[in-house]
Design a protein around this ligand. Structure first.
Ligand code: PLP
Length: 389
């Protein structure tokens, strides 16, 4: 039943370094909380109680920078992906039912692209800029292209990812203020997916600026902002199907709620996992240990690729500020092997995420949230695949 381990098993059991979950079990306190629900045997409809409501509200206040976060602005979701779809429909409703064009910065986590498609509305893709130094790539915003996109009369929504999947950037305060001001100037709803926020690998070096923390600085943002997060990435509970949106503006919140009124129920497991993850002190200790492990894995891959002449010649890679995802640009590899990086790597024993669904067919993504020996197996396959190119 593991998507990551089973999906490609029939292709020679490649080392699975793809879909974004971790090979680590959730913190003990989360396992205990979910187990207690399972044991109780009542799997009927669940409502969030005061404790989990306060825990989620406090998270928006303390980790996402919404100084005046209050429970009325919360909306529970069975995942962020439904929320992305609701945001598209909410933006349409906010414009009196007229279809809106959705702007996204690519490459991007595929459901950002699917959300407009699902609504049968259009999207505009703004390519991020890539700067390269010694094989390492760092992405930034193409301001001119972004403003051109947002200035279009039919663009009504920017689906924003901070930290960004797949390029791993934590956007700076200056960047966030500029993005928010552009949204206000052109009357665009800003939907900020902040699910990777608690996996910033060195927060001193790249401090987080949540969209909710600049509400006072950017007039008009409050009326246009949807923030989403979840314990799913940080605590490895994506299968518990729980996420939260925070929408300060009442009218926008109503649009979002109506647009998503067909959502699935949030299960009691989701609420229990959230409460434990957000309130049990051992979960924060677990998160700190996790960050240390992930940072070391990131640096280990960076060192291995830097030492490999073929990698330096055929690829660029990110050293992500956040997440457990490393983004490879394999243009030169594709020139040589004349097939997608995904196909080339899987043939050599490692399953990476295919770049094509991210709107980047010449790329691939490594998930390094795994045990070091498994990561090393995958790295050996990558090195061999490059050698044989
Ligand atoms: C940016 C981003 N948003 C949303 C999701 C998925 O969230 P969910 O499983 O809650 O739908 C992911 C999963 O990788 C993600 O990277």
């Amino acid at each position: 039943m593991s998507r990551k381990w089973d999906r490609f098993a029939s292709r020679g059991d490649p080392t699975p370094l793809w879909v974004a979950d971790m090979d680590f079990s959730a913190p003990r306190a989360v396992v205990d909380a979910v187990t207690a629900i399972a044991r109780a045997g009542h799997y009927g409809y669940a409502d969030p109680d005061d404790a989990v409501t306060e825990a989620a509200t406090a998270r928006f206040r303390e980790r996402h920078g919404v100084a005046d976060a209050n429970a009325n602005a919360l909306r529970w979701l069975p995942g962020l992906n439904p929320g992305l779809n609701h945001a598209v429909r909410a933006a349409r409703r906010a414009r009196g039912g007229r279809a809106v064009v959705t702007a996204v910065c690519t490459p991007i986590y595929p459901p950002f692209l699917h959300a407009s498609r699902n609504d049968e509305s259009a999207r505009v893709e703004v390519a991020l800029r890539r700067a390269i130094e010694d094989g390492r790539a760092r992405y930034s915003i193409d301001w001119e292209a972004l403003e051109t996109a947002l200035a279009r009369e039919d663009v009504g929504l920017l689906l924003w990812c901070n930290p960004h999947n797949p390029v791993g950037r934590v956007w700076t305060r200056d960047e966030m203020v500029r993005v928010a001001r552009l949204c206000v100037k052109h009357d665009v709803v800003l939907c900020s997916d902040e699910v990777w926020r608690e996996l910033i690998l060195d927060e001193k070096a790249t401090p987080f600026c949540g969209a909710g923390s600049i509400l006072d600085e950017v007039d008009g943002l409050r009326e246009r902002l949807i923030i989403m997060t979840s314990p799913s990435k940080t605590y490895n509970v994506a299968g518990c199907d729980v996420a939260m949106a925070y929408i300060a503006d009442k009218a926008l919140r109503l649009h979002f709620a109506r647009a998503g009124s067909d959502k699935a129920e949030i299960t009691p497991f989701g609420y229990a996992a959230t409460l434990a993850a957000y309130t049990d002190p051992s979960c924060e200790e677990w998160r700190q240990r996790l960050l240390t492990y992930l940072r070391a894995n990131r640096d280990h891959i960076d060192a291995a690729l830097s030492d490999d002449a073929n990698a330096r010649e055929l690829m660029t890679w990110t050293v992500p500020d956040a997440s457990y995802l490393m983004w490879l640009n394999c243009e030169k590899l594709v020139d040589r092997v004349e097939r997608s990086p995904f196909e080339h790597f899987i043939e050599h024993g490692v399953a990476l995420s295919d770049g094509a669904p991210f709107s980047a067919p010449l790329s691939a993504r490594i998930n390094f949230a795994t045990r070091r020996d498994i990561l090393d197996q995958g790295l050996d396959s990558i090195v061999t695949a490059l050698e044989r190119a």
